[in-house]
Design a protein around this ligand. Structure first.
Ligand code: HEC
Length: 103
């Protein structure tokens, strides 16, 4: 599990490196979590029945889901877009953040 994750991270960094170099400012400036609120709620409790709650979910699970959206393994138009606009570090930080929220 851990090895697989490290491999995925390494691969992601290699693939994304040219893109990150092209627009480092834009990527850093956007605070992606602000865009999650619209669908997943300020406190990670989604107001819409079709959107999953993220608050109190397992950190590892959240991370894996975002990586799956990003890789296209879990298909979903919006989440694919969102996950591709987050760096590996942002995904890890966001997973930890939502996992820390009370349900
Ligand atoms: C346009 C609405 C929208 C936005 C914006 C959005 N999401 Fe989602 N998200 C969804 C929907 C809908 C799903 C359920 C996808 C499915 O049906 O497979 C989802 C699923 C997820 C999941 C998987 C949850 C689970 O229980 O499996 C995670 C994690 C997640 N989103 C994180 C985020 C993060 C982090 C952001 C901000 C960077 C974000 N989302 C922004 C709509 C959104």
């Amino acid at each position: 599990m851990k090895l697989w994750h490290m491999a995925a991270v390494a691969l992601g960094l290699t693939v994304l490196a040219p893109i990150a170099q092209a627009a480092p400012k834009a990527a850093q400036k956007s605070a992606p979590i602000e865009q999650c609120i619209y669908c997943h709620g300020v406190d990670g409790i989604a107001p819409d029945a079709e959107v999953p709650h993220l608050a109190g979910q397992n950190e590892r699970y959240l991370l894996n889901q975002m990586m799956a959206f990003r890789a296209g393994k879990r298909p979903h138009k919006e989440m694919r877009y969102m996950s591709r606009h987050m760096s590996e570090d942002e995904i890890a930080a966001i997973a930890a953040y939502y996992a820390s929220l009370p349900r």
